[in-house]
Design a protein around this ligand. Structure first.
Ligand code: SF4
Length: 449
Protein backbone atom coordinates (compact mmCIF):
# COMPACT_ATOMS: atom_id res chain seq x y z
CA UNK A 1 0.00 0.00 0.00
CA UNK A 2 1.49 3.37 -0.91
CA UNK A 3 2.23 5.91 1.82
CA UNK A 4 -0.47 8.43 0.91
CA UNK A 5 -3.23 5.78 0.84
CA UNK A 6 -2.02 4.40 4.17
CA UNK A 7 -2.01 7.92 5.67
CA UNK A 8 -5.53 8.62 4.32
CA UNK A 9 -6.82 5.35 5.82
CA UNK A 10 -5.14 6.08 9.17
CA UNK A 11 -6.66 9.58 9.15
CA UNK A 12 -10.11 8.19 8.39
CA UNK A 13 -9.87 5.57 11.15
CA UNK A 14 -8.64 8.08 13.73
CA UNK A 15 -11.33 10.57 12.72
CA UNK A 16 -14.04 7.96 13.23
CA UNK A 17 -12.55 7.02 16.60
CA UNK A 18 -12.44 10.66 17.72
CA UNK A 19 -16.05 11.16 16.70
CA UNK A 20 -17.04 8.11 18.74
CA UNK A 21 -15.13 9.32 21.83
CA UNK A 22 -16.67 12.82 21.56
CA UNK A 23 -20.13 11.56 22.71
CA UNK A 24 -18.98 10.50 26.19
CA UNK A 25 -15.19 10.38 26.60
CA UNK A 26 -15.13 8.72 30.03
CA UNK A 27 -17.47 5.95 28.91
CA UNK A 28 -16.27 5.58 25.33
CA UNK A 29 -12.45 5.67 25.61
CA UNK A 30 -12.26 2.22 27.35
CA UNK A 31 -14.90 0.79 24.95
CA UNK A 32 -12.97 2.02 21.93
CA UNK A 33 -9.79 0.38 23.21
CA UNK A 34 -11.60 -2.95 23.66
CA UNK A 35 -12.91 -2.69 20.10
CA UNK A 36 -9.42 -1.98 18.75
CA UNK A 37 -8.00 -4.93 20.70
CA UNK A 38 -10.64 -7.29 19.33
CA UNK A 39 -10.07 -6.45 15.64
CA UNK A 40 -6.32 -5.85 15.19
CA UNK A 41 -3.63 -8.57 15.16
CA UNK A 42 -2.16 -9.30 18.63
CA UNK A 43 1.35 -8.07 17.74
CA UNK A 44 0.19 -4.83 16.05
CA UNK A 45 1.71 -1.93 18.05
CA UNK A 46 1.58 -4.31 21.02
CA UNK A 47 3.69 -2.25 23.45
CA UNK A 48 1.92 1.04 22.59
CA UNK A 49 -1.49 -0.60 23.02
CA UNK A 50 -0.39 -2.07 26.34
CA UNK A 51 0.68 1.43 27.48
CA UNK A 52 -2.72 2.88 26.46
CA UNK A 53 -4.57 0.04 28.24
CA UNK A 54 -2.52 0.70 31.38
CA UNK A 55 -3.29 4.45 31.17
CA UNK A 56 -7.03 3.71 30.90
CA UNK A 57 -7.03 1.06 33.65
CA UNK A 58 -5.06 3.20 36.08
CA UNK A 59 -6.73 6.45 35.01
CA UNK A 60 -3.24 7.95 35.24
CA UNK A 61 -2.05 11.48 34.45
CA UNK A 62 -2.21 10.98 30.65
CA UNK A 63 -5.80 9.79 30.92
CA UNK A 64 -6.62 12.84 33.06
CA UNK A 65 -4.96 15.08 30.47
CA UNK A 66 -7.03 13.52 27.66
CA UNK A 67 -10.20 14.08 29.70
CA UNK A 68 -9.16 17.70 30.22
CA UNK A 69 -9.11 18.11 26.43
CA UNK A 70 -12.82 17.31 26.50
CA UNK A 71 -13.46 20.31 28.74
CA UNK A 72 -12.39 22.60 25.88
CA UNK A 73 -14.65 24.38 23.43
CA UNK A 74 -15.73 21.59 21.00
CA UNK A 75 -14.97 23.61 17.84
CA UNK A 76 -11.48 24.53 19.07
CA UNK A 77 -10.81 20.88 20.04
CA UNK A 78 -11.94 19.65 16.63
CA UNK A 79 -9.72 22.19 14.83
CA UNK A 80 -6.78 21.16 17.04
CA UNK A 81 -7.20 17.46 16.24
CA UNK A 82 -7.63 18.18 12.54
CA UNK A 83 -4.79 20.69 12.16
CA UNK A 84 -2.26 19.42 14.67
CA UNK A 85 -2.74 15.65 14.46
CA UNK A 86 -3.83 15.09 10.85
CA UNK A 87 -2.51 18.04 8.86
CA UNK A 88 0.71 18.86 10.70
CA UNK A 89 1.71 15.49 12.11
CA UNK A 90 0.22 12.61 10.06
CA UNK A 91 -0.31 13.94 6.54
CA UNK A 92 2.24 16.74 6.84
CA UNK A 93 5.08 14.54 8.07
CA UNK A 94 4.58 12.12 5.18
CA UNK A 95 4.85 15.01 2.66
CA UNK A 96 7.86 16.49 4.50
CA UNK A 97 9.70 13.17 4.34
CA UNK A 98 8.97 12.71 0.67
CA UNK A 99 10.15 16.21 -0.29
CA UNK A 100 13.18 15.98 2.01
CA UNK A 101 14.32 12.82 0.21
CA UNK A 102 13.67 14.31 -3.24
CA UNK A 103 15.32 17.69 -2.58
CA UNK A 104 18.08 16.32 -0.31
CA UNK A 105 17.56 18.98 2.35
CA UNK A 106 15.70 19.35 5.64
CA UNK A 107 11.96 20.08 5.47
CA UNK A 108 10.49 21.44 8.73
CA UNK A 109 7.49 20.29 10.74
CA UNK A 110 7.12 23.84 12.08
CA UNK A 111 8.09 27.33 11.00
CA UNK A 112 8.79 29.87 13.76
CA UNK A 113 8.44 33.47 12.72
CA UNK A 114 8.53 36.91 14.29
CA UNK A 115 5.59 39.00 13.06
CA UNK A 116 7.27 41.96 14.75
CA UNK A 117 10.38 42.83 16.71
CA UNK A 118 8.34 45.31 18.73
CA UNK A 119 7.52 44.42 22.32
CA UNK A 120 5.70 46.15 25.14
CA UNK A 121 8.22 44.80 27.69
CA UNK A 122 11.99 44.45 28.21
CA UNK A 123 12.90 41.15 29.85
CA UNK A 124 16.37 40.05 30.92
CA UNK A 125 17.77 37.41 28.60
CA UNK A 126 15.13 37.73 25.86
CA UNK A 127 16.59 37.15 22.39
CA UNK A 128 13.99 39.47 20.89
CA UNK A 129 15.70 42.40 22.52
CA UNK A 130 18.72 41.69 20.35
CA UNK A 131 17.09 42.50 17.02
CA UNK A 132 16.07 46.13 17.29
CA UNK A 133 12.53 47.30 17.66
CA UNK A 134 11.01 48.51 14.43
CA UNK A 135 10.88 45.49 12.15
CA UNK A 136 7.75 43.72 10.90
CA UNK A 137 6.83 40.90 8.54
CA UNK A 138 3.86 42.15 6.54
CA UNK A 139 0.59 40.26 6.33
CA UNK A 140 1.51 39.37 2.73
CA UNK A 141 4.95 38.09 3.86
CA UNK A 142 3.41 35.82 6.50
CA UNK A 143 0.74 34.59 4.09
CA UNK A 144 3.41 33.81 1.48
CA UNK A 145 5.57 31.89 3.99
CA UNK A 146 2.58 29.77 5.05
CA UNK A 147 1.38 29.19 1.49
CA UNK A 148 4.86 27.97 0.53
CA UNK A 149 5.16 25.94 3.74
CA UNK A 150 1.92 24.04 3.12
CA UNK A 151 3.26 22.90 -0.25
CA UNK A 152 6.16 21.34 1.70
CA UNK A 153 3.76 19.67 4.18
CA UNK A 154 4.25 22.24 6.98
CA UNK A 155 1.02 23.06 8.82
CA UNK A 156 2.40 24.25 12.18
CA UNK A 157 3.33 27.94 12.60
CA UNK A 158 4.73 29.34 15.82
CA UNK A 159 5.00 33.07 16.44
CA UNK A 160 7.93 34.41 18.40
CA UNK A 161 9.14 37.96 18.69
CA UNK A 162 8.99 40.67 19.84
CA UNK A 163 5.52 40.36 21.24
CA UNK A 164 3.41 38.72 18.51
CA UNK A 165 0.12 40.00 19.96
CA UNK A 166 1.17 43.56 19.14
CA UNK A 167 -0.11 42.35 15.70
CA UNK A 168 -3.30 40.70 17.04
CA UNK A 169 -5.57 41.72 14.17
CA UNK A 170 -3.18 40.44 11.47
CA UNK A 171 -2.61 37.15 13.31
CA UNK A 172 -6.35 36.52 13.50
CA UNK A 173 -6.63 37.37 9.79
CA UNK A 174 -3.92 34.78 9.06
CA UNK A 175 -5.87 32.16 11.07
CA UNK A 176 -8.87 32.88 8.82
CA UNK A 177 -6.76 32.68 5.66
CA UNK A 178 -5.25 29.33 6.69
CA UNK A 179 -7.89 27.42 8.69
CA UNK A 180 -6.05 24.14 7.97
CA UNK A 181 -2.97 25.23 9.98
CA UNK A 182 -2.41 25.34 13.74
CA UNK A 183 -0.93 28.56 15.12
CA UNK A 184 0.85 28.89 18.42
CA UNK A 185 2.21 32.16 19.82
CA UNK A 186 4.86 32.69 22.48
CA UNK A 187 3.46 35.72 24.23
CA UNK A 188 3.94 37.68 27.43
CA UNK A 189 0.16 37.33 27.85
CA UNK A 190 -0.46 40.94 28.80
CA UNK A 191 -2.44 41.72 25.62
CA UNK A 192 -4.95 38.85 26.01
CA UNK A 193 -8.37 40.31 26.80
CA UNK A 194 -12.06 39.44 26.43
CA UNK A 195 -12.21 40.61 22.80
CA UNK A 196 -9.18 38.53 21.84
CA UNK A 197 -10.65 35.44 23.57
CA UNK A 198 -13.76 35.88 21.44
CA UNK A 199 -11.58 36.08 18.33
CA UNK A 200 -9.70 32.90 19.32
CA UNK A 201 -13.03 31.13 19.82
CA UNK A 202 -14.18 32.34 16.40
CA UNK A 203 -11.10 31.24 14.39
CA UNK A 204 -10.42 28.13 16.56
CA UNK A 205 -6.81 27.53 15.46
CA UNK A 206 -4.77 29.89 17.65
CA UNK A 207 -3.11 28.72 20.89
CA UNK A 208 -1.11 31.07 23.17
CA UNK A 209 1.97 29.89 25.12
CA UNK A 210 2.42 32.43 27.89
CA UNK A 211 5.84 33.22 29.33
CA UNK A 212 6.16 32.64 33.04
CA UNK A 213 9.45 32.52 34.94
CA UNK A 214 8.35 31.08 38.27
CA UNK A 215 6.36 32.51 41.14
CA UNK A 216 5.42 36.17 41.46
CA UNK A 217 8.69 37.58 42.77
CA UNK A 218 11.01 35.77 40.33
CA UNK A 219 8.68 36.40 37.40
CA UNK A 220 8.25 40.10 38.04
CA UNK A 221 11.95 40.66 38.74
CA UNK A 222 12.65 39.56 35.17
CA UNK A 223 9.48 40.70 33.42
CA UNK A 224 8.37 43.74 35.38
CA UNK A 225 6.17 44.62 38.34
CA UNK A 226 2.54 43.47 38.05
CA UNK A 227 3.12 41.15 35.06
CA UNK A 228 2.49 37.97 37.10
CA UNK A 229 -0.98 39.21 38.09
CA UNK A 230 -1.80 40.23 34.51
CA UNK A 231 -0.74 36.81 33.23
CA UNK A 232 -2.93 35.06 35.79
CA UNK A 233 -5.87 37.24 34.75
CA UNK A 234 -5.28 36.25 31.10
CA UNK A 235 -5.13 32.54 32.05
CA UNK A 236 -8.35 32.82 34.07
CA UNK A 237 -10.05 34.48 31.10
CA UNK A 238 -8.97 31.72 28.70
CA UNK A 239 -9.94 28.97 31.15
CA UNK A 240 -13.40 30.55 31.53
CA UNK A 241 -13.75 30.57 27.73
CA UNK A 242 -12.64 26.89 27.47
CA UNK A 243 -9.64 27.91 25.37
CA UNK A 244 -6.43 25.84 25.29
CA UNK A 245 -3.16 27.48 26.26
CA UNK A 246 0.29 26.56 27.47
CA UNK A 247 3.19 28.08 29.36
CA UNK A 248 6.74 28.77 28.26
CA UNK A 249 9.39 28.93 30.96
CA UNK A 250 13.07 29.75 30.61
CA UNK A 251 15.09 28.07 33.37
CA UNK A 252 18.15 29.88 34.68
CA UNK A 253 20.55 29.56 37.62
CA UNK A 254 18.19 31.90 39.51
CA UNK A 255 14.79 30.22 39.08
CA UNK A 256 15.51 26.46 38.78
CA UNK A 257 14.33 25.68 42.32
CA UNK A 258 10.97 27.38 41.73
CA UNK A 259 10.19 26.10 38.24
CA UNK A 260 11.21 22.50 38.98
CA UNK A 261 8.93 22.34 42.04
CA UNK A 262 5.71 20.37 42.32
CA UNK A 263 4.01 23.57 43.47
CA UNK A 264 4.86 25.26 40.15
CA UNK A 265 3.43 22.39 38.07
CA UNK A 266 0.30 22.20 40.25
CA UNK A 267 -0.22 25.93 39.92
CA UNK A 268 -0.05 25.73 36.12
CA UNK A 269 -2.59 22.89 36.02
CA UNK A 270 -4.87 24.76 38.39
CA UNK A 271 -4.62 27.84 36.15
CA UNK A 272 -5.77 25.73 33.18
CA UNK A 273 -2.55 25.23 31.18
CA UNK A 274 -2.35 22.13 28.97
CA UNK A 275 1.38 22.17 28.33
CA UNK A 276 4.54 23.73 29.68
CA UNK A 277 7.54 24.18 27.44
CA UNK A 278 10.86 24.67 29.22
CA UNK A 279 13.83 26.44 27.63
CA UNK A 280 17.38 26.39 28.91
CA UNK A 281 18.75 29.93 29.24
CA UNK A 282 21.00 30.76 26.25
CA UNK A 283 23.61 33.52 26.54
CA UNK A 284 22.84 35.05 23.13
CA UNK A 285 23.84 38.67 22.44
CA UNK A 286 26.72 40.88 23.46
CA UNK A 287 25.00 41.84 26.72
CA UNK A 288 23.99 38.30 27.73
CA UNK A 289 24.03 37.57 31.46
CA UNK A 290 26.23 34.43 31.56
CA UNK A 291 25.69 34.08 35.31
CA UNK A 292 22.14 32.94 34.44
CA UNK A 293 23.48 29.73 32.86
CA UNK A 294 22.45 26.81 35.10
CA UNK A 295 25.09 24.63 36.74
CA UNK A 296 25.21 20.89 35.83
CA UNK A 297 23.39 20.12 39.11
CA UNK A 298 20.69 22.65 38.30
CA UNK A 299 20.24 21.30 34.77
CA UNK A 300 19.90 17.77 36.20
CA UNK A 301 17.34 19.05 38.67
CA UNK A 302 15.21 20.22 35.71
CA UNK A 303 15.87 16.95 33.86
CA UNK A 304 14.66 14.85 36.82
CA UNK A 305 11.69 17.06 37.66
CA UNK A 306 10.32 17.14 34.13
CA UNK A 307 10.60 13.35 33.79
CA UNK A 308 8.93 12.81 37.18
CA UNK A 309 6.06 15.23 36.53
CA UNK A 310 5.58 14.09 32.95
CA UNK A 311 4.58 10.71 34.34
CA UNK A 312 2.48 12.00 37.21
CA UNK A 313 0.82 15.34 36.34
CA UNK A 314 -2.05 16.09 33.95
CA UNK A 315 0.00 18.56 31.93
CA UNK A 316 2.32 17.87 29.00
CA UNK A 317 5.82 19.13 29.80
CA UNK A 318 8.68 19.40 27.32
CA UNK A 319 12.27 20.52 27.69
CA UNK A 320 13.75 22.06 24.54
CA UNK A 321 17.29 21.08 25.61
CA UNK A 322 17.03 17.93 27.73
CA UNK A 323 14.45 16.17 25.53
CA UNK A 324 16.67 16.01 22.45
CA UNK A 325 16.87 12.22 22.89
CA UNK A 326 13.23 11.92 21.76
CA UNK A 327 13.87 13.76 18.49
CA UNK A 328 17.36 12.57 17.54
CA UNK A 329 19.29 15.65 18.72
CA UNK A 330 19.25 19.19 17.34
CA UNK A 331 16.01 19.93 15.47
CA UNK A 332 17.08 23.26 13.95
CA UNK A 333 18.11 24.10 10.38
CA UNK A 334 14.72 22.87 9.16
CA UNK A 335 15.17 19.33 10.50
CA UNK A 336 12.02 19.96 12.52
CA UNK A 337 11.91 23.73 12.46
CA UNK A 338 13.50 27.00 11.38
CA UNK A 339 13.14 30.63 12.40
CA UNK A 340 12.38 33.72 10.32
CA UNK A 341 13.00 37.00 12.08
CA UNK A 342 10.97 40.18 11.65
CA UNK A 343 13.36 41.43 8.96
CA UNK A 344 12.89 38.21 6.99
CA UNK A 345 16.30 36.64 7.68
CA UNK A 346 15.93 32.87 7.64
CA UNK A 347 17.85 31.43 10.60
CA UNK A 348 18.40 27.79 11.62
CA UNK A 349 17.16 28.32 15.20
CA UNK A 350 15.63 31.00 17.42
CA UNK A 351 18.92 31.09 19.32
CA UNK A 352 21.27 31.02 16.31
CA UNK A 353 21.20 34.42 14.64
CA UNK A 354 23.29 33.63 11.56
CA UNK A 355 21.85 33.49 8.05
CA UNK A 356 22.70 33.49 4.34
CA UNK A 357 19.31 34.46 2.97
CA UNK A 358 16.26 36.64 3.43
CA UNK A 359 12.72 35.39 2.73
CA UNK A 360 12.04 38.55 0.69
CA UNK A 361 14.67 37.38 -1.83
CA UNK A 362 14.35 33.58 -1.95
CA UNK A 363 11.69 30.88 -1.66
CA UNK A 364 11.28 28.88 1.55
CA UNK A 365 12.66 25.81 -0.22
CA UNK A 366 15.71 27.74 -1.45
CA UNK A 367 16.27 29.00 2.11
CA UNK A 368 16.30 25.39 3.29
CA UNK A 369 19.07 24.74 0.75
CA UNK A 370 21.11 27.81 1.77
CA UNK A 371 24.67 27.10 3.01
CA UNK A 372 24.11 27.21 6.79
CA UNK A 373 20.95 25.09 6.51
CA UNK A 374 22.85 22.49 4.46
CA UNK A 375 25.64 22.56 7.08
CA UNK A 376 23.00 21.71 9.70
CA UNK A 377 21.53 19.03 7.44
CA UNK A 378 24.93 17.37 6.96
CA UNK A 379 26.12 17.87 10.55
CA UNK A 380 23.08 16.58 12.50
CA UNK A 381 23.20 15.07 15.01
CA UNK A 382 26.09 17.18 16.27
CA UNK A 383 26.85 14.72 19.05
CA UNK A 384 25.95 11.06 19.64
CA UNK A 385 25.11 12.00 23.21
CA UNK A 386 21.61 13.50 22.99
CA UNK A 387 22.20 15.40 26.21
CA UNK A 388 24.78 17.42 24.26
CA UNK A 389 22.75 18.32 21.15
CA UNK A 390 23.64 21.93 20.41
CA UNK A 391 26.41 23.26 18.14
CA UNK A 392 26.48 26.36 20.35
CA UNK A 393 25.69 25.37 23.95
CA UNK A 394 27.26 21.93 24.40
CA UNK A 395 29.56 21.77 21.34
CA UNK A 396 30.81 25.36 21.10
CA UNK A 397 33.61 24.46 18.69
CA UNK A 398 31.07 23.57 15.97
CA UNK A 399 29.03 26.74 15.38
CA UNK A 400 31.95 29.12 14.65
CA UNK A 401 33.26 26.57 12.13
CA UNK A 402 29.86 26.26 10.40
CA UNK A 403 29.39 30.03 10.28
CA UNK A 404 32.89 30.56 8.82
CA UNK A 405 32.52 27.77 6.24
CA UNK A 406 29.09 28.92 5.06
CA UNK A 407 29.68 32.68 5.13
CA UNK A 408 26.49 33.20 7.19
CA UNK A 409 26.20 36.67 8.69
CA UNK A 410 24.97 37.78 12.09
CA UNK A 411 21.41 39.09 12.01
CA UNK A 412 21.56 41.21 15.14
CA UNK A 413 21.73 44.62 13.47
CA UNK A 414 21.99 46.71 16.63
CA UNK A 415 24.90 44.90 18.20
CA UNK A 416 26.37 42.25 15.88
CA UNK A 417 27.93 39.29 17.67
CA UNK A 418 30.44 36.91 16.09
CA UNK A 419 29.96 33.17 16.53
CA UNK A 420 33.36 33.09 18.27
CA UNK A 421 32.19 35.68 20.82
CA UNK A 422 28.92 33.80 21.38
CA UNK A 423 30.58 30.41 21.81
CA UNK A 424 33.35 31.76 24.05
CA UNK A 425 30.53 32.26 26.58
CA UNK A 426 29.49 28.61 26.44
CA UNK A 427 32.92 26.93 26.43
CA UNK A 428 33.30 26.64 30.21
CA UNK A 429 29.63 25.65 30.49
CA UNK A 430 30.10 22.84 27.94
CA UNK A 431 33.21 21.53 29.73
CA UNK A 432 31.40 21.49 33.07
CA UNK A 433 28.33 19.80 31.65
CA UNK A 434 30.12 17.05 29.70
CA UNK A 435 30.92 14.63 32.58
CA UNK A 436 27.32 14.79 33.89
CA UNK A 437 25.92 14.42 30.37
CA UNK A 438 28.15 11.42 29.64
CA UNK A 439 27.32 9.67 32.90
CA UNK A 440 23.56 10.26 32.56
CA UNK A 441 23.52 9.21 28.92
CA UNK A 442 25.44 5.99 29.66
CA UNK A 443 23.12 5.14 32.56
CA UNK A 444 20.07 5.79 30.35
CA UNK A 445 21.43 3.58 27.60
CA UNK A 446 22.17 0.69 29.91
CA UNK A 447 18.71 0.98 31.55
CA UNK A 448 17.05 0.77 28.13
CA UNK A 449 19.15 -2.12 26.78
S1 SF4 B 1 20.75 24.91 17.50
FE1 SF4 B 1 20.88 24.36 19.67
S2 SF4 B 1 19.17 25.40 20.67
FE2 SF4 B 1 18.77 25.37 18.45
S3 SF4 B 1 17.53 23.50 18.16
FE3 SF4 B 1 19.68 22.96 17.78
S4 SF4 B 1 20.31 22.18 19.77
FE4 SF4 B 1 18.47 23.33 20.17
Amino acid sequence: MNASIRTALQSFAINQALRYVEGDPEENIPKLMSMVDSVVPKDWYASQRAAIRKTIAEKDNWYQLILRLYELDPGVRKAFFQNFIFNASLNGSAIQEEISAKEDCNIPWAVLLDPTSACNMHCTGCWAAEYGHQLNLSLADIDSIITQGKKLGTYMYIYTGGEPLVRKADLIRICEMHPDCEFLAFTNGTLIDEAFCQEMLRVKNFVPAISLEGFEEANDSRRGQGVYKKVHEAMALMKAHKLPFGISTCYTSKNVDDVSSEKYFDQLIEAGAFFVWFFHYMPVGNDAATELLPTPEQRMKMYDAIRAFRSSKAIFSMDFQNDAEYVGGCIAGGRRYLHINAKGDVEPCVFIHYSNVNIHDVSLLDALKSPIFMAYHRGQPFNDNMLRPCPMLENPEILPRMVAETGAVNTDYQSPESAEHLCAKTTAYAENWTPTAEQTWTENRSRKS
